[in-house]
Design a protein around this ligand. Structure first.
Ligand SMILES: *[C@@H]1O[C@H](CO)[C@@H](O)[C@H](O)[C@H]1NC(C)=O
Ligand SMILES: *[C@@H]1O[C@H](CO)[C@@H](O)[C@H](O)[C@H]1NC(C)=O
Length: 214
């Protein structure tokens, strides 16, 4: 009897406050709403829209090693990491800008395709065929496909790419050419500047800077 009573007490001591806390938390959320889905209070540079005419570029379309330098030059030396500032707390943290993360994924997919087509793959690339471990190339490329899928759906670019009729021999095929078009693009220059100014990320995830003067 005595042991049971103690058990009851422990249950009351633990569960009643826990239940209370959950109720208060749910009540708070019902008033405040769920936390905002995007990072708040973080400084982001203003990107103006610029009109650009897109043409086919054979350098980037080239899957041979001739095209490697142009693709690699798309990423800044620090791979697009920036020192971001939380305007409310004054804290700073390192983050990779999504545009650069997306480009890095494309560079990796391109490199994997090159290696698949090559008779003498680079060391470590064999693992693409053999291994499905968490740190394998297969895993990283799979992650990239999923990440790019979500990025494309998120930006939902509604630029209209006309469908054209192409004469092939005696017949016609319908093609969609996404190039040779005017596009409204967000200016990338301030994002490149930001990454270049940020330099290499330090070990510490949070760096507290006193002074925000440029
Ligand atoms: C910025 O700081 C505020 C106040 O501390 C915090 O509520 C907010 O979540 C922080 N934002 C990010 C992205 O860390
Ligand atoms: C293609 O890209 C390369 C490398 O960025 C550049 O030098 C070249 O001018 C571009 N060609 C066209 C036709 O835009």
């Amino acid at each position: 009897m005595r042991a049971n009573a103690t058990l009851m007490n422990i249950q009351q001591v633990i569960f009643i406050p826990l239940l209370g806390t959950i109720c208060i938390a749910l009540f708070y959320l019902s008033i405040r709403g769920p936390p905002p889905p995007v990072a708040e209070d973080v400084f982001l540079p203003q990107q103006s829209l610029v009109a650009k005419f897109h043409l086919d570029n054979s350098t980037f379309a080239d899957l041979s090693h001739e095209g490697d330098a142009a693709w690699e030059a798309l990423l800044p030396a620090n791979k697009g990491v920036v020192l971001a500032s939380n305007l409310t707390s004054g804290l700073h943290f390192w983050a990779t800008v999504a545009m650069f993360h997306q480009l890095e994924c494309l560079v990796m997919i391109r490199k994997t395709m090159q290696n698949l087509g090559s008779s003498s793959p680079e060391p470590g690339d064999r693992s693409f065929h053999a291994s499905t471990e968490a740190d394998s190339v297969l895993d990283a490329v799979g992650y990239c496909f999923d990440y790019l899928r979500q990025s494309l759906l998120c930006s939902a670019d509604s630029t209209l790419n006309p469908v054209a009729e192409l004469t092939v021999g005696d017949g016609h095929v319908l093609i969609t050419d996404g190039n040779a078009l005017w596009q409204q693009c967000r200016d990338t220059s301030m994002i490149y500047d930001w990454a270049i100014r940020s330099g290499q990320p330090s070990r510490s995830p949070l760096v507290h800077l006193q002074n925000q003067d440029p």
